[in-house]
Design a protein around this ligand. Structure first.
Ligand code: AVJ
Ligand code: FE
Length: 527
């Protein structure tokens, strides 16, 4: 596809930003000097470290109005939680890499993606680097393979040509690392630190954060591997029960909900496993706005197509129109017109379901749709305010439903279903403003560039987030059905190029208080 060949020219895959480039003693190429690489000291004895002084935290905590995180697990509870999260991530990794044969694991299903066997060994390699070496002070197990699994050394398109571990070797490596990590979790000292150790050395007070970071890394690759499965051709190998049916009130929900103007606390300094780009908590003033109650549906998106949305340059930004022309975009990725719209879903061609959120659209398509609807994409701050602000207390909560952990009744997460639920689903997970499905179902494009928050400090190294900050990447929020709850919360930030469509992304639209409703095309619910 044109779209794919175009993308092959892109460098730095955002997909591979996580713990990777600058582990101790490893030279990096390109831009940023690596002065902030994690400490590069000699191997040390396992976990005898005294608690690191909290002054090592990379930023001073500003006063903020976040919900208290009194229940943040510490000590033994943290040990159990870390082990459970790592084990559940591995169950999913194992499933995604065992439903296809070895030839399929080695094959590259799209130039946008790594062969699945690369993800498998990369996950193990990152776990070895950050947990066994950094937390546990162990020597490298197979230093010669490190460069193969450094996401910055080789773009995805190149990975099939590397002398990668075979599927058997990759599985064995993963098992060996994991066995040692489970031993380490049992024995490591997990001191109470700044919120579970963010910003503190991994061989000291930062150990708890390191385990959470690696659990989140693996589940993020589980989502990446799920996207590879969606791109792969051949008979279906994955299946899952459908999400719960839409509740009775789904059809009568208001099209949009109001969020009053005023300040709110964006980002977090209290969430124990929040990654560097989610920090610190800071106050942002967000003027009043209206937000779609649900993500934009397939039916609404089909109306945009039928109305000539793909043929009207006035609806697109200049870059968006150029991309639409070059890539020949006429409908979401995986859609095909067969007298009716059909879509390919994990190897099964099906009729597009009208009331499901639209999936596999790029930022340019989302932006054009919003203009057609007389609206715009929400900013990242608007999205987070709608999702987190509790008007009763004035505090920002962890999730739209409150501070309590996810349960399956609250949002479509965790690859339990392989599709989004109908728009209007999950009433128990609604935000105070009335918006539904802010968490789960589909990632939601926002209008915002991926930028650091005031007071940002890169941790544990610049290549996780910092090297991606700037106008080339747009922020996505909320998480999709393929995202694990351990890597999903009201503050979590994802980012990608505005042309990307293989991710599980949809969107919802917004308008400011002073922007009229229906100033442009049909609103989503009039179709
Ligand atoms: C944060 C989702 C952009 O998978 O593309 C995994 C996460 N970085 N390994 C991605 C990640 C390195 C990253 N995103
Ligand atoms: Fe990675």
């Amino acid at each position: 596809m044109t779209e794919h060949s175009h993308r092959q020219h892109e460098e730095a895959e955002p997909g591979e930003t996580w713990p990777g480039k600058t582990w101790p003693g490893k030279a990096a190429h390109g831009c940023a000097p690596l002065g902030e690489a994690p400490h590069a000291e000699a191997p040390h004895a396992e976990a005898p470290h005294a608690e690191a002084p909290h002054a090592e935290a990379p930023h001073a905590e500003a006063p903020h109005a976040e919900a208290p995180q009194g229940e943040a697990p510490q000590g033994e509870a943290l040990r159990a939680l870390a082990a459970a999260e790592l084990l559940s991530a591995r169950e999913r990794t194992t499933l995604l890499t065992s439903v296809v044969d070895d030839a399929d694991l080695i094959r590259q299903h799209s130039p946008l993606m790594s062969p699945l066997v690369w993800d498998l060994a990369h996950v193990a390699n990152q776990e070895e680097l950050w947990l066994l070496r950094e937390v546990g002070g162990r020597d490298p197990m197979h230093p010669e393979i490190d460069p193969l699994y450094d996401a910055f050394e080789h773009p995805r398109a190149e990975r099939p040509t590397l002398p990668l571990l075979t599927p058997l070797e990759a599985r064995r490596y993963g098992h060996e690392v994991r066995g040692r990590v489970l031993d380490l979790i049992e024995r490591v000292k997990l001191p109470a630190g700044p919120p579970n150790g963010f910003g503190a050395e991994f061989n000291g007070a930062g150990a708890g954060f390191a385990f959470g970071m690696i659990a989140q890394h693996e589940v993020q690759h589980d989502e990446t591997m799920l996207a590879t499965h969606q791109l792969r051709s051949g008979p279906a190998v994955l299946s899952a029960p459908p999400p719960p049916p839409a509740p009775a009130d789904a059809a009568s929900l208001p099209a949009e909900v109001h969020v009053p103007g005023g300040p709110f606390t964006m980002g977090t300094s209290a969430e124990p496993w929040a990654l560097d780009n989610e920090r610190p908590a800071h106050e942002v003033n967000v003027p009043g706005f209206w937000l779609d109650t649900t993500p934009v549906t397939n039916a609404a998106y089909a109306a945009f197509i039928a109305d000539g949305g793909y043929d009207d340059p006035r609806l697109w930004t200049a870059d968006g129109w150029a991309h639409r022309q070059r890539a020949g975009l006429t409908a979401p990725l995986f859609w095909s017109w067969e007298g009716t719209w059909t879509r390919l879903s994990f190897g099964v061609r099906e009729t597009v379901v009208p009331d499901e959120p639209v999936l596999h659209v790029c930022w340019y398509e989302a932006d054009a749709y919003a203009r057609w609807a007389g609206r715009r994409l929400p900013t990242e701050a608007e999205w987070e305010k709608a999702a987190r602000l509790d008007p009763a207390s004035g505090r920002s909560r962890r999730y739209p439903w409150g501070d309590g952990e996810w349960t399956p009744a609250l949002a479509n997460l965790g690859q339990r279903h392989l599709r989004p639920a109908a728009a209007g689903s999950y009433p128990a997970g609604a935000a105070p403003c009335g918006a539904r499905q802010l968490i789960g179902d589909v990632w939601e494009w926002t209008s915002s560039d991926f930028l650091p928050y005031p007071g940002f400090t890169a941790w544990p190294y610049k290549e996780y987030s910092q090297v991606f900050f700037g106008p080339e990447y747009k922020v996505l929020r909320g998480g999709a059905f393929g995202v694990s709850p351990v890597a999903c919360r009201g503050t979590f930030r994802n980012w990608d190029y505005p042309i990307r469509r293989q991710i599980f992304a949809g969107f919802r639209t917004a308008r400011s208080d002073d922007e009229r409703p229906d100033s442009g095309g049909s609103s989503p619910r009039e179709t």
